[in-house]
Write a new protein. Structure first.
Length: 40
């Protein structure tokens, strides 16, 4: 039971850290559009 809760908390923290790292602030202008990565 405790292992399951710890695993759930670990996965939640890991996914939150990935989201915060991958989140970038863009503005609605051409300079911001030019800095976005191109799709593959």
């Amino acid at each position: 039971m405790c292992y399951c809760i710890a695993k759930l908390i670990f996965i939640a923290l890991l996914s939150y850290s990935f989201l915060s790292v991958s989140e970038q602030q863009y503005t609605p202008d051409w300079t911001s559009l030019d800095t976005r990565p191109l799709p593959r």
